[in-house]
Design a binder for this molecule. Structure first.
Ligand SMILES: [Zn+2]
Length: 466
């Protein structure tokens, strides 16, 4: 199971075994499910406990114990080379502790799934973290590595995503604890039912000893496959604007109202939807989507008098996203005016972009080059735990190509060769950090700006299409 001396850049026999183990483990975790024959594992559901036990079983041979924090996140600490003086006990078994004096680098992803999920979304990031610890083969680094299996990212059970990572940044508050699931069970009660203490949630927050966070995740999109690349460094997580538009005209008889005397709200909305697509295609890196359309009265023989449509706009640059959203509002008003319709809009969500930490992005890119991969950078159009953790700690993500771009589906896959490269990249990255004075002396924290608009990824301009 433990690959001795995994060779960076070459697919050695040990790497081959490690990759086979990673794939088996992802499949094994997919069987811990609320639904027989399919994968569904929501926040603090019963199979999550079995999932934790399975991961603990993999880590036990490394002498690493696990703990579950009050928000249901799994933690496991691979100790640093030199224990600080305050860490008196020279235990042979590394107990995950709340000792905030040991510099610690976090690696992980989420363990919850969507309903009818695949085996790799989230889980692969945790399983790869285990494999990385195994690949170190007992070698200690100047910092501890803490594996994270986050309890909730998808928002399936309570309609709110990132419950696990919110606890780590100190944002699992009373409002969130009061939210209820479809059975009327609150987040607070779910935590108690799992045998955890809601009163201990503040202690789940990350301490000042955290050096950074790395999340491996499948891309869940077609970009890398289209480019023929196995991996990419995520340089930003796109911001999102969500709006709702209501086009109002006049409902009338579809047979008796001549075409030139109509105020057809649906025809107006349709014209605008076409314009949304065209205008997003003309801006590099922009994604704009109308996913909901609701026409009233909604009958074959009626001209629609009122239409509600949604708009989702995403870009790695907040300025570009805001400009696009306001441009689309202007276009809606122009179309309404020309057709003698009214249009109203309201903003439902404004979420700024989250740049990944430039130092870690740069080091990940160097690791890609070192293992013979193109150091491709791209933005993530989807939200991830790294977006939440970036509020408190320097964060980075590595995307793995997603065959067919298919995710959130049982047919989700990942290529073994890509996993081998991700493992080699992760190992090189950790060794690189362990030899970097800038990292070890925390210089990277002061020298880099983390202002959202300071980072407009070049790759966005080249690779992303609407
Ligand atoms: Zn995910």
């Amino acid at each position: 199971m433990t690959p001795p001396n995994a060779t960076i850049g070459n697919v050695s026999a040990a790497t081959h075994t490690a990759v086979a183990t990673i794939l088996e483990r992802c499949q094994a975790l997919s069987r811990f499910s609320e639904v027989p024959g399919a994968t569904r594992r929501a926040f603090l559901s019963a199979p999550m406990r079995a999932c934790h036990a399975e991961i603990a079983k993999w880590l036990a041979p490394l002498g690493i114990a696990t703990r579950i924090d009050a928000a249901g996140n799994l933690h496991a600490v691979y100790p640093a080379a030199v224990p600080p003086a305050s860490d008196s006990a020279a235990n042979s078994v590394a107990r995950p502790s709340l000792d905030q004096s040991v510099p610690t680098f976090l690696i992980g992803s989420h363990l919850d799934t969507v309903p009818n999920a695949g085996a790799y979304d989230g889980v692969l990031g945790v399983v790869l973290a285990v494999a990385l610890l195994e690949s170190l083969a007992g070698r200690r680094l100047p910092f501890a590595i803490e594996l994270l299996g986050l309890s909730e990212e998808e928002g399936v059970r309570f309609g709110v995503p990132f419950i696990g990572s919110r606890a780590l940044v100190g944002r699992l508050d009373e409002d969130l604890l009061r939210r209820t699931d479809a059975h009327g069970i609150s987040v607070r009660h779910a935590i108690e039912d799992f045998g955890l203490q809601p009163s201990a949630i503040p202690q789940a927050a990350l301490g000042p000893n955290i050096l950074g966070f790395l999340e491996f995740h499948i891309e869940q999109g077609p970009v890398l496959e289209d480019l023929g690349l196995p991996l990419a460094v995520v340089d930003a997580i796109a911001g999102q604007s969500r709006l709702e538009f209501i086009f109002s005209g006049r409902t009338n008889h579809a047979g008796t109202t001549p075409m030139h005397l109509r105020h057809d709200a649906l025809a107006g909305a349709a014209e605008w939807i076409g314009a949304v697509e065209r205008s997003a295609q003309s801006v590099p890196g922009l994604a704009a989507t109308v996913g909901v359309i609701e026409a009233k009265p909604g009958a074959t023989n009626c001209i629609a008098g009122q239409v509600r449509v949604s708009l989702d706009v995403r870009h790695a640059s907040d300025a570009a996203r805001r400009a696009a959203a306001s441009g689309l509002i202007q276009i809606a008003m122009q179309i309404a005016r020309a057709r003698k319709l009214q249009v109203q809009h309201k903003t439902l969500l404004e979420q700024p972009a989250t740049p990944m930490h430039p130092f870690l992005v740069d080091r990940l890119a160097r690791s890609l080059t070192a293992i013979g991969c193109q150091p491709h950078r791209m933005a993530s159009g989807a939200g991830h735990d790294a977006m939440i953790l970036a509020e408190r700690v320097p964060s980075a993500m590595l995307f793995l190509r997603t065959p067919g771009g298919v995710s959130h589906d049982p047919t989700e896959t990942v290529a073994p060769a890509d996993i081998a490269k991700a493992l080699a990249c992760g190992l090189h990255f950790l060794l690189q950090l362990s030899e970097s004075p800038d990292f070890l002396h925390h210089k990277y924290l002061q020298s880099e700006s983390m202002k959202p608009d300071s980072l407009i990824p070049d790759s966005e301009k080249r690779t992303r299409r609407a």
